[in-house]
Design a protein around this ligand. Structure first.
Ligand SMILES: NC(=O)c1ccc[n+]([C@@H]2O[C@H](COP(=O)([O-])OP(=O)(O)OC[C@H]3O[C@@H](n4cnc5c(N)ncnc54)[C@H](OP(=O)(O)O)[C@@H]3O)[C@@H](O)[C@H]2O)c1
Length: 298
């Protein structure tokens, strides 16, 4: 039974290549193989799925430039919605299971209660709209599988907030970081490991398909995450320039961005934990690993 991974070079895609090895042969594909923004290449991918008939397709490819999406709505929609539609329909035709990833940005970010899968969506940004359209395309296709909505992804590979903060903390005396957006930093490694558990549970018929929320346990702000990661790096001997106490907490309004960010990014992951019989680790556990990995990779 072969597995096809799309988005091999991204944070989650890279982690999936390691985590899903126990499933057997993996076909790993990147933008160089199929540019999902190109309708002809999407069609070629659909033909490949029809021909190779993988048992499992894991789509970690996405347009993730949240602010740039505001000026490139067409491109974001092509990759995050049109491509998902083509992949999901191709998966449905050959009976492949599809695992796909989405985001808390499908919600409006209001309130303080963690979002449940059954809560109404109301994206506030082009990226959020494109990801919600991708979810709808998956669900409309009738393909088997699951969508995991996650949040605040970090890893040793690729670009992410933790990496940016560690770089800035070594260059600057002081930093200002938004403290009124709350969520759970989630490692690509955790997402990939949970994906393996979920695929096994889906195959065994002990987990039903559909939408699930998947983030590490606990919550913090971007400011809390920056302070935590920087102090871990300092303790590990990294040449941190910013003094402890010089990381200023600011508001969303103090830091205008092209895309509107949700203040409440909390995801309620009970449905997934119950389905798999697991507890998800606290966010600090994997941030420690990412910080150590980034420092070692230097
Ligand atoms: N990052 C987050 O904080 C976050 C939060 C919530 C949900 N998610 C979701 O989690 C999933 C994985 O995200 P991630 O953080 O791993 O993203 P990522 O690191 O940005 O990786 C996305 C991958 O998609 C590929 N891609 C982009 N445009 C493409 C195109 N036109 N054709 C083919 N491939 C293309 C990229 O290729 P290149 O390497 O060539 O650029 C990259 O390898 C996505 O569905 C994302 O929406 C992410």
């Amino acid at each position: 039974m072969s597995t096809m991974i799309l988005g091999r070079d991204g944070q989650v895609g890279h982690a999936l290549v390691d985590a899903l090895a126990p499933l057997g042969p993996l076909q790993t594909l990147s933008r160089a193989d199929y540019d999902l923004a190109d309708p002809d290449q999407r069609e070629s991918l659909a033909q490949r799925i029809a021909q190779d008939r993988p048992a499992l397709i894991v789509n970690a490819a996405a347009y993730t430039a949240v602010d740039r999406a505001e000026s490139e709505p067409g491109l974001a929609h092509q990759i995050n919605a049109e491509a998902v539609s083509v992949i999901a329909q191709a998966a449905q035709r050959v009976g492949a299971r599809l695992i796909h990833y989405s985001t808390d940005y499908v919600f409006d970010g209001s309130g303080t209660r963690p979002w449940r899968e059954s809560d109404p969506t109301a994206p506030q940004s082009v990226y959020g709209h494109s990801k919600r359209a991708g979810e709808e395309a998956f669900l409309a296709s009738g393909c088997r599988g699951a969508i995991f909505r996650t949040s605040w992804v970090h890893s040793i590979q690729g670009n992410n907030f933790v990496k940016t903060m560690l770089r800035l903390a070594q260059e600057r005396d002081r930093l200002s970081v938004v403290a009124d957006q709350i969520g759970a930093p989630t490692s690509a490694r955790l997402i990939a490991n949970v994906t393996l558990h979920a695929v096994r549970a889906l195959r065994a018929g002990v987990m039903s398909g559909g939408l699930y929320h998947l983030s590490a346990a606990g919550e913090t702000s971007w400011h809390g995450l920056a302070v935590y990661a920087i102090e871990r790096a300092r303790a590990a001997g990294a040449p941190i320039k910013v003094a402890a106490g010089q990381i200023q907490a600011i508001t969303t309004e103090d830091y205008p961005t092209a895309a509107k960010r949700p203040k409440n990014s909390r995801l309620d992951c009970r449905r997934l934990c119950d389905a798999l019989g697991v507890d998800l680790p606290d966010w600090q556990v994997d941030v420690d690993q990412t910080v150590n990995g980034i420092l070692v990779a230097r």
